[in-house]
Design a protein around this ligand. Structure first.
Ligand code: CA
Length: 226
């Protein structure tokens, strides 16, 4: 695939370019945020591998501006040394699709990139509806009561599973199997995604649809009496 790598650490980007190209990918490299954003806006890439701490324009700003201008393309995988829940939420809120904490094995980066690309291609047209929530899977479009709901790709994958199962519960294990082929990257990542999904779907004044079933998983439905 066509990869745009934004990483200012010379030792790290030299190693990444060598190994990604060795695995058969085409890699463009930028070492500051502004150059990287311009490259991302002017040339098509399948995925952007984005360091957070970058000179001239921070990785989060690159992510936000790219999402504003180019919508859901390209996929964005963030690289960072920060690994608190707050940092992850901020990354996903800015529009990242996945997240890898440094230091990481390049083999894991490769697996994540391939899984990301595979999951992002829906196989057929599908429109899901639960209450006033509507998800056009092929168009990557989610609406609640006709108003757009902004989600990253992982959020959309979770939403699809919850809507397909609704009103039944989807277990954490089932979600992890779908999202990460059963291997969960870090304990709190699924929770972070659910948190972001709930904030996006259940806005102020709306009947809550996303529910946690403690110790089991999650369900998407209107609760009796709500
Ligand atoms: Ca950096």
């Amino acid at each position: 695939m066509d990869i745009l790598l934004l990483e200012d650490n010379a030792a790290l980007h030299a190693n990444l370019v060598e190994q990604l190209e060795g695995a058969g990918h085409r890699v463009n490299l930028a070492v500051d945020g502004e150059t990287g954003l311009n490259l991302a806006l002017s040339q098509p890439h399948d995925v952007l591998v984005l360091d957070l701490g970058l000179p001239r324009l921070d990785g989060l700003d690159v992510c936000r501006r790219l999402r504003e201008r180019r919508g859901r393309e390209p996929l964005i995988l963030m690289l960072t040394a920060r690994d608190t829940l707050e940092d992850k939420l901020e990354g996903f809120a800015a529009g990242a699709d996945d997240y890898l904490v440094k230091p990481f094995a390049v083999a894991e980066l490769l697996v994540r990139l391939e899984a990301l690309a595979r999951r992002s291609t829906p196989k057929h047209r599908e429109v899901l509806v639960v209450e006033d929530l509507r998800y056009d899977v092929g168009e990557y479009r989610v609406e609640r009561g006709g108003a757009p709901v902004v989600l990253n790709r992982v959020g959309m994958r979770i939403l699809r599973e919850l809507m397909l199962a609704s009103p039944r519960v989807v277990t954490r294990e089932q979600l992890e199997a779908v999202l990460w082929d059963g291997f969960s990257p870090e304990g709190s990542v699924l929770r972070s995604h659910i948190y972001a999904l709930r904030r996006a779907v259940d806005g102020a004044g709306l009947v809550p649809l996303v529910h946690t079933v403690r110790g089991v998983g999650y369900r998407l439905a209107r609760e009796a009496g709500a």
